[in-house]
Design a protein around this ligand. Structure first.
Ligand SMILES: O=C(O)CCC(=O)C(=O)O
Ligand SMILES: [Fe+2]
Length: 332
């Protein structure tokens, strides 16, 4: 098992296991993308629902404002994680990553793997409450648990508001997607920590991937860029918009919507001098549920694209490390 000691060291020239032979564009050289910004307090009007639908269909990744998370809480969520990563090693070891939850690098699996990410993550099941394993939840800083708990409950509303609007925009009963992902669906948090790296064009903080989720709500670092998305075969940097949250369509929503919404292909690069953090709140179907396309979205003009699949953490990790996608297994 990896320990927190195996987190990449900011001062090091990257050891070979992190290095991509074909270097990618230096992050600073890529153009910024102008992502749609959607005020989600306007959703329920037919026009706002349609705007959300077309923005997500075109980009797979948008920004949202008026999402109901007060600015002090956004600030705190970012801050408590920065305070946690600044703690001494022994303190962080108390939440050491095991198979899935906790703090550390991804466990290294056997096989033909892609280079290792220049990052470490703190992964926590947040909701439903009975899925929480508090031994992985930092006790330091002292407000960590309360802040993540509060932010998590706001995220339930954000997910519900968006999933209902997307269903309405496709002329479906508004709870269609929520009904399909089962009760309770799962909310988990992934806090990403990217130490600086002197050769940012040779490593990735998070390799190119699509989230295996329904939706991901991402709080970016306030100052340091790193998120990039691919659109029409080109990579772009995602701007930092103060107070806005980033929404990524995940593979489960691509399946549910029979391909109407495409999961966003994205990655995180690292900075040569400054550390970066980000925090993803992720929606997954209930673990007992098999997710397949909504029947009303299948027709003669729009044939069935996917068979039903069950999300599995261990499979997902293996796929991530080998550059495969679960959704490709589901494609008919
Ligand atoms: O750090 C970022 O901006 C991207 C994070 C991300 O893609 C993820 O956690 O899945
Ligand atoms: Fe992601």
């Amino acid at each position: 098992m990896e320990s927190v000691k195996e987190i990449p060291m900011s001062s090091q020239t990257p050891p070979p296991k992190y290095i991509y032979e074909d270097h990618h564009d230096h992050p600073a050289l890529l153009p910024m993308i102008d992502l749609p910004i959607i005020d989600i307090s306007q959703l329920t009007t037919a026009e706002a629902d349609q705007n959300l639908r077309s923005a997500l269909s075109e980009y797979g990744c948008i920004m949202i404002t008026n999402h109901g998370v007060e600015s002090w809480l956004l600030e705190k969520v970012g801050m408590v994680f920065k305070q946690f990563v600044a703690l001494p090693e022994e303190e962080k070891l108390k939440c050491k990553r095991e198979a899935f939850q906790g703090f550390g690098a991804d466990p290294a699996l056997a096989g033909d793997l892609l280079p290792v990410d220049w990052s470490a993550r703190l992964v926590l099941n947040v909701l439903p409450q009975e899925f929480r394993e508090l031994k992985y939840w930092p006790e330091n800083p002292p407000e960590f648990r309360e802040v993540v708990d509060e932010y998590g409950s706001k995220m339930v509303t954000v997910h519900e508001v968006i999933l209902k609007a997307l269903a309405r925009s496709l002329n479906l009963k508004e709870t269609t997607f929520l009904d399909k992902i089962g009760e309770p669906w799962i909310l988990y948090a992934r806090f990403n920590f990217y130490p600086p790296c002197p050769m940012p064009d040779l490593v990735f903080g998070l390799k190119p991937h699509c989230d295996a989720t329904v939706l991901t709500v991402l709080l970016q670092d306030k100052e340091v860029h790193g998120l990039q998305i691919e659109k029409d075969g080109q990579w772009f940097r995602v701007p930092i918009v103060p107070g806005a949250l980033v929404i990524n369509v995940g593979e489960q929503l691509e399946i549910l919507s029979n391909g109407e919404f495409k999961s966003s292909h994205h990655r995180a690069t690292v900075d040569s001098e400054r550390q970066r953090t980000s925090m993803a709140m992720i929606c997954l179907p209930n673990p007992e549920v098999e997710v397949g396309p909504v029947e009303e979205l299948v027709s003669e003009e729009r044939p069935l694209l996917f068979r039903k699949v069950k999300y599995e953490e261990s499979l997902q990790l293996r796929y991530y490390q080998t550059g495969k996608r679960i959704i490709d297994d589901a494609r008919i």
